[in-house]
Design a protein around this ligand. Structure first.
Ligand SMILES: C[S@@+](CC[C@H](N)C(=O)[O-])C[C@H]1O[C@@H](n2cnc3c(N)ncnc32)[C@H](O)[C@@H]1O
Length: 276
């Protein structure tokens, strides 16, 4: 289900994680969006960028961002990459959504729209990028598509290139979403599990008595379902786990520096670099 065609269709209106940097002013819709995303993922996007990502980048770096959507992270990256280049690669034409960036960082910004059947990336120079960044993309992709993508992108990255990519982990997501507040913010995602987890979702909904059983329930579900039982072709979210990601990265020719930078309660973010 979550092949590239699905991703192109599903995100055709553009996806925004809000304004990653800047004050959390509730009057500002982009700030409100970030507050919502923070709740959904269980952590601060801003803190992740400022203490996890920015210190690994240098102003003159050449950065490749996969799946920028409406450019939330591109804007944050542009605040650090003041002398280098940012290349974005998306299935969508993101130009209408990032006009502000085109005006302010036009010389440093290279927007690539890729076709659904693109998998060679010949338009990108070889051994060129100092950093690779992706958020909200791998979490929707099937394992074999992620592996194929990372294998083909590796020749484009310099030796030692810093790679940072958010992905999904079933156990981590389930553990987080057992909390009623987290579940409320992730309801949409969990409702797709309705068919396969009808009983479990009923339990989640009957909050009053369920509250007391939550620790038991968490243990049960993680033991009974160490992996999602939704087949990949019917699921667009939480298709992965940290062990599979670790193996996939190694197979694709990368050294894993940290399989989870541990900024978010729902999703892991991997830090890795290519082994040329
Ligand atoms: C959920 S949005 C995330 C947008 C942004 N990164 C954020 O976090 O706000 C996913 C984006 O990745 C793009 N995308 C998904 N698969 C892709 C692929 N294989 N190659 C390029 N872009 C892809 C989609 O078109 C969409 O714009």
């Amino acid at each position: 289900m979550a092949d590239k065609g699905w991703c192109k269709e599903a995100f055709s209106e553009g996806y925004s994680s809000g304004a990653i940097l800047g004050p959390l002013n509730p009057e500002d819709p982009e700030a409100r969006m970030r507050m919502f995303e923070d709740k959904r993922i269980g952590g601060s996007l801003s803190e992740f960028f400022l203490s996890g990502v920015a210190p690994l980048l240098k102003p003159h770096d050449k950065v490749l961002e996969l799946g920028p959507g409406r450019g939330s992270w591109t804007r944050a990256l542009a605040s650090v990459i003041t002398e280098g280049e940012i290349h974005t690669m998306d299935l969508q034409d993101i130009r209408p959504w990032v006009q502000d960036l085109i005006e302010t960082a036009g010389q440093r910004l290279f927007i690539h729209q890729v076709a659904v059947n693109e998998n060679e990336y010949a338009f990108l120079p070889d051994r060129y990028f100092d950093a690779f960044f992706s958020f909200g993309v791998l979490c929707h992709m099937d394992l074999e598509i992620i592996e194929d993508l990372l294998v083909h992108l590796r020749p484009k990255l310099k030796k030692g290139c810093v790679c940072i990519a958010q992905y999904s982990d079933w156990k981590k997501a389930v553990r987080y979403c057992m909390d009623p507040e987290a579940y409320a913010y992730n309801r949409e995602g969990y409702e797709i599990l309705e068919k396969d987890y009808a009983f479990e979702l009923d339990l989640l909904r009957s909050r009053r008595w369920y509250q007391r059983l939550r620790p038991l329930w968490k243990r049960y579900i993680l033991r009974a379902y160490p992996q999602s039982k939704v087949p990949p072709e019917r699921s667009f979210w939480v298709k992965m786990n940290q062990k599979d990601m670790q193996k996939l990265l190694i197979r694709a020719g990368y050294e894993v520096l940290d399989i989870d930078m541990d900024y978010f309660r729902r999703d892991p973010v991997a830090l890795f670099r290519p082994l040329h």
